[in-house]
Write a protein that binds this ligand. Structure first.
Ligand code: GDP
Length: 366
């Protein structure tokens, strides 16, 4: 399953945010959550299209898309040198597919800050620095291994890898994350991915604010926004503490009323789940029938056989073709047979690039 890791310095609100997510069940029946380990939760991705398909098909079972969220506690200054939980913590990050970086953007004298003052840009730099040092270590050891081969023999692959490693090295030495490095060819990109660099993962900065700043942010949020403008990263404002109090209210009406009081229509948690899904570069295709309506998660850009392989590896191996219906056609025409009759069902081959919202049926050899 795809995983988002929550990182940040101690006391910035990571567990508060994680608890809001785990309480999301209480906020709406659409976000069931289950804790599979103390710090890992599985969250259902809210999707109105799935609800609509369920309404139309009335299936025996429904399976929504999910994302895993991991609370990665223990990152402190010096982690790359083994301080705190150090290496264990970094290994946890390596396994995630995207990072939610929580930053303290609220004042509160009762909550101590490990570096004494509230300064989210500095905090972000401390964490970035640790991750970059670790990546630098990875890159330098790979360079040491490839250099000779690349510079002496006519080994094309080694040359390509060496060039890629040098690009990363240069960026990291300048204090830039690996994610800012642009690789040209598919071979380079594949090699880049296989390095599993910590700073190449997509990042969303989650600015944790007080309830009065939940809508427009504050001076801290502005400073973060300015600091990340060249980073190719996203920013989301959440009032974690307030939202965790809201999550404890008994009824949906009470919770909506409280949200409205701080100026929100929708909980930050719901926005966060959706944003995390997009951050992971994920899209959804559906299978729909009387037995089951199900949302399947795929990486943007996947071809039809790869999508078939998500359902079952045999579907990918023996892929023949896919029958594809656009979600809007399905809803407008009302049923699969009506779509067929209208000639709106497409037959696609192995090079078809799946689109978000496709309703697919695969034909394959066994
Ligand atoms: P973690 O160490 O990053 O997991 O931080 P916690 O989630 O444990 O939060 C540390 C402390 O800050 C707790 O006492 C929280 O109640 C408090 N806290 C978290 N978010 C907010 C916030 O938005 N405003 C205020 N005033 N306090 C917060």
């Amino acid at each position: 399953a795809l995983q988002c890791g929550i990182v940040g310095l101690p006391n910035v609100g990571k567990s508060t945010l994680f608890n809001c997510l785990s309480n999301a069940k209480a906020q709406s029946a659409n976000f069931p959550f289950c804790t599979i380990e103390p710090n890992v939760g599985v969250i259902t991705v809210p999707d109105d299209r799935l609800n609509k398909l369920v309404e139309m098909c009335n299936p025996r079972s429904v399976v929504p898309a999910t994302v895993e969220i991991v609370d990665i506690a223990g990152l402190v200054q010096g982690a790359s040198k083994g301080e705190g939980l150090g290496n264990k913590f970094l290994a946890n990050i390596r396994e995630t597919d995207a990072i939610l970086h929580v930053l303290r953007c609220f004042d509160d004298d009762n909550v101590t800050h490990v570096h004494n003052t509230v300064d989210p840009v500095r905090d972000k730099e401390i964490i970035d620095y640790e991750l970059q040092l670790k990546d630098l270590e990875t890159i330098e050891s790979r360079i040491a291994k490839t250099q000779k081969q690349a510079q002496t023999g006519g080994d094309k692959v080694a040359k390509m890898q060496y060039e890629v490693l040098k690009k990363y090295h240069e960026a990291l030495l300048q204090g830039k994350p690996a994610r800012t490095v642009i690789l040209e060819t598919p071979d380079e990109q594949k090699f880049g991915r296989e390095l599993f660099l910590l700073t190449s993962k997509p990042v969303m900065y989650v600015c944790n604010v007080d309830d009065t700043s939940a809508v427009d942010g504050n001076k801290y949020v502005e400073a973060v926004r300015e600091a990340i403008k060249d980073e190719n990263a996203q920013l989301l404002i959440v009032a974690a503490q307030t939202e965790s109090e809201i999550a404890e209210l008994d009824t949906y009406e009470e919770r909506q009323e409280f949200l409205a009081e701080i100026g929100l229509k929708e909980s930050g948690v719901a926005r966060l789940i959706r944003a995390a899904y997009a951050l992971l570069n994920l899209q959804t295709f559906f299978t729909a029938g009387a037995d089951e309506v199900r949302a399947w998660t795929f990486m943007r850009g996947s071809k039809a056989p790869q999508c078939a392989g998500i359902i079952h590896t045999d579907f990918e191996k023996g892929f023949i073709r896919a029958e594809v219906i656009k979600y809007d056609d399905y809803v407008t025409l009302g049923s699969e047979s009506a779509v067929r009759d209208a000639g709106k069902m497409a037959i696609e081959g192995k090079n078809y690039i799946a689109q978000d919202g496709d309703i697919m049926h695969f034909l394959f050899n066994v």
